[in-house]
Ligand binder design. Structure first.
Ligand code: SF4
Length: 431
């Protein structure tokens, strides 16, 4: 029997798909070359915002058209978990809607309103050998925070961190299959391990500590020796302690993906989040003082309820002052089950989009300047695929890339001179 997995959404979903592939492989399935040749077609959906949900539905319908007559079509992932009954009802083309941890191959039809028990834990499933010289490593699932705009905790649940032993085992397996760069992901990466520590101590433990006892610090130190490059994504700003900064710098990958969302203090509080622009700039300056070549990425939401002109001006000033290498801007989308969905002062989408365009233009110019500044420097590159490489400054699948000679073997680490820039991408020649 052959299977095909079509994946939408964020890196966390891609790791889930890898694990589902590993599970299907263990059940005797082999990967098909295309959806048209598979006996089992799985769509791993995303439910992040309205546009992601629309894309997920379109993909399910497209797969229904493309699959073989008689092949089984299964929908899983965040949308399946969140809208199980509605999906089963609205999509008669689908044979099974399977939430997290539910079998994709069971022949039991879905009964509306009934929640099947978990058959497996995706987090701890083995995954197949890597197909690229880099891989995501999902270190926790769920989130203990309750940001006003985010529905993830309502369907992914509270944080569950994987154990250090599991993570070391998975890391070693990935490195043995050729992985040179590991990208750590979780909903709230900097809080990794706090749930385990709380359970062990039987009490709430303050997340913010400066004494080097933040669990992620210890994990990062342990993983650093296992793989050539270690990159950390999705750092909630209050978790960016001095010891974590020092530990990240010691990995040799001075890349900081700060999950900021906004900078105006009253607006950040409306979002039920920590911090403000001044604190964020202070952290960024401290990192640059320690490592002038540090690279920064962040993401921001435009048009969250209550956002004033003054809040927006503060964001523009911050973006100008911070000079981030990369930033993503997203329009607010009201999500069922969140506090923001029922807040007064909803912002019209047209205004949110106007603000988004303004701040994106500003950031695009900053990103282009930062890319130009790299011309003439020598960077150590990891070749991801023929002709495509990255330095420590580019995260896979999110940032720009570096174009190199397509004869340089995939998986090699080479020193290259940056000779040109084209938008977000750079061109390099062997040094
Ligand atoms: S920290 Fe991230 S995943 Fe957790 S509630 Fe906030 S936005 Fe959602």
């Amino acid at each position: 029997m052959r299977y095909w997995v079509e994946t939408l959404g964020c890196p966390k979903n891609h790791v889930d798909s890898d694990k589902l592939s590993g599970l299907l492989g263990g059940q005797g399935y082999v990967p098909a070359d295309s959806a048209e040749e598979a006996d089992l077609v799985v769509v791993n959906t995303c439910a992040f915002i309205e546009s992601a949900r629309e894309e997920s539905i379109e993909t399910v319908l497209e797969m229904a058209d493309r699959k073989l007559d008689g092949a089984r079509l299964v929908v899983t992932g965040c949308m399946a978990e969140r809208y199980r009954d509605e999906l089963a009802d609205a999509l008669p083309e689908v044979d099974l809607v399977a939430g997290f941890g539910e079998s994709l191959t069971t022949s039991t039809p879905v009964t509306l309103g009934q929640r099947p028990k978990s058959d497996f834990d995706l987090l701890n499933l083995p995954r197949p050998a890597a197909t690229a010289p880099w891989a995501y490593l999902k270190i926790a699932e769920g989130c203990d925070r309750r940001c006003g705009f985010c529905a993830i905790p309502t369907f992914r649940g509270d944080q569950r961190s994987r154990s250090t032993e599991d993570l070391l085992t998975e890391t070693r397996g990935l490195v043995a299959s050729g992985v040179k760069e590991l990208v750590l992901i979780a909903q709230d990466l900097a809080s990794w391990g706090n749930d385990r520590r709380r359970h062990a101590l039987g009490e709430a433990v303050e997340v913010l500590d400066e004494g080097g006892t933040q669990p992620l610090v210890e994990l990062t130190r342990q993983l650093t020796g296992e793989v050539e490059r270690l990159r950390l994504l999705y750092l909630y700003p209050s978790g960016l302690t001095t010891s974590l900064i020092e530990t990240i710098l010691a990995t040799g990958v001075p890349y900081f993906d700060l999950s900021l969302q906004h900078v105006s203090r009253p607006h950040v509080r409306r979002m039920k989040r920590w911090g403000d622009g001044d604190r964020f700039l202070e952290r960024i300056d401290a990192i640059r003082r320690a490592e002038p070549n540090a690279a920064f990425r962040s993401s921001f939401i435009l048009g969250y309820p209550g956002e004033t002109e003054d809040d927006h001006s503060q964001l523009l000033e911050f973006v100008e002052a911070a000079q981030l290498d990369w930033a993503g801007f997203f329009p607010y989308s009201a999500e069922t089950g969140t506090t923001a969905a029922s807040m007064a002062d909803q912002i019209p989408m047209a205004l949110a989009m106007e603000r988004l365009r303004e701040v994106s233009e500003l950031q695009d110019a900053i990103t282009a300047r930062k890319r130009d500044d790299l011309v003439g420097t020598t960077q150590r590159l990891l070749v991801d695929e023929p002709g495509i490489a990255r330095s420590v400054r580019e995260c896979p699948e999110i940032d720009g890339v570096i174009l190199v000679d397509d004869q340089i073997p995939v998986g090699s680490m080479v020193d290259c001179l940056i000779v040109g820039s084209q938008g977000t991408d750079l061109e390099a020649k062997l040094a």
